[in-house]
Every structure is written in structure tokens, then in C-alpha cells.
Design a protein around this ligand. Structure first.
Ligand code: ZN
Ligand code: ZN
Length: 151
């Protein structure tokens, strides 16, 4: 995670209930060392909301969690969140404008930009193109990668 991204996460430093110190328990979630109260940074809030309510469009996530759309966008660009196959709205490759599910560039552009297939493969900006695109019905849902991996 880059430093800039970390700044935008609004990481909690102290327990909102007792003012106790927090320790990180998992990505985006912090536990009070005194009263065990859980606090969340922006990523934690979005992750928790998706876990409790299922996949949601970015606009709904922003509205319900109070996390800025720009921050959710950053989660997508850094691959912490991804839009599943079959959604109708994707984020765009910053070079050619094609649809990608996460990241900043599609694999083709990444290869060109990196100048080497191996370098492209390990680049954090590498995105993935959706395998299928469904018109209208499904909204621009997204889900948390880590959350899916756990299941
Ligand atoms: Zn506390
Ligand atoms: Zn591209």
C-alpha cells in the first residue's frame, strides 16, 4: 500500500468509546486494547458493509459508509476491490479506455508500458479485463477480494 493511499483511509487512532489504544486485527479493522470495541478505517467500513449487505454499486457504498467515492475508486485502482464479471459498469484503462475490473491499465497496455511481459505481470497497476459484460441488469457491483478468498 502506498503512503498516499494510507493518508486517505482515515485510520482511527483511539477507541471512540473509551479512548483506549487500538491494535489492527485484520485489514481495515482495529480493536481497542481496553474494551475490545472495533473501529474501522475507510477500507474496513467498505469491507464490513459488503460483508453484511452483499455486493453494492460504488455510489451506494459511498453513501452508506460515508467513504468518499474517490477513495473507493482508489481501492479499485489498487486492486483491493474489484468489479466482478458480468457487471454493466467497469472502470476504464487509463491508456486505451477499455473496461477493466480493477487496476489502472489493461494487460495489453501494461505490456506496452512496461516494455516486458514479465515486468507487466508483476506491476501493481495491472488490471484485468472482464470476461463477459452484461448489459444493464446488474449494476456496478463490486466485492472485496480478501473477503472472497476467505470463503
Ligand atoms: Zn475502548
Ligand atoms: Zn488499455
Amino acid at each position: 500500500m502506498g503512503k498516499q493511499e494510507e493518508l486517505k483511509l482515515h485510520k482511527p487512532w483511539f477507541c471512540s468509546k473509551c479512548g483506549g489504544e487500538l491494535k489492527p486485527v485484520c485489514s481495515g479493522t482495529y480493536e481497542c486494547t481496553v474494551c475490545k470495541n472495533l473501529e474501522y478505517d475507510d477500507f474496513g467500513k467498505v469491507k464490513k458493509y459488503i460483508e453484511e449487505n452483499g455486493r453494492q454499486p460504488a455510489v451506494i457504498l459511498a453513501e452508506k459508509t460515508g467513504v468518499a467515492i474517490a477513495t473507493i475508486d482508489t481501492f479499485l485502482k489498487t486492486g483491493r476491490l474489484e468489479i466482478p464479471d458480468g457487471a454493466s459498469v467497469y472502470i476504464k484503462c487509463e491508456r486505451c479506455g477499455c473496461d477493466i475490473r480493477y487496476g489502472r491499465y489493461c494487460p495489453e497496455c501494461m505490456k506496452i508500458l512496461a516494455g516486458d511481459v514479465k515486468k507487466a505481470f508483476f506491476n501493481e497497476n495491472l488490471g484485468e479485463k472482464p470476461k463477459k459484460k452484461v448489459a444493464s441488469k446488474n449494476k456496478d457491483e463490486m466485492f472485496v477480494k480478501e473477503w472472497l478468498k476467505r470463503k
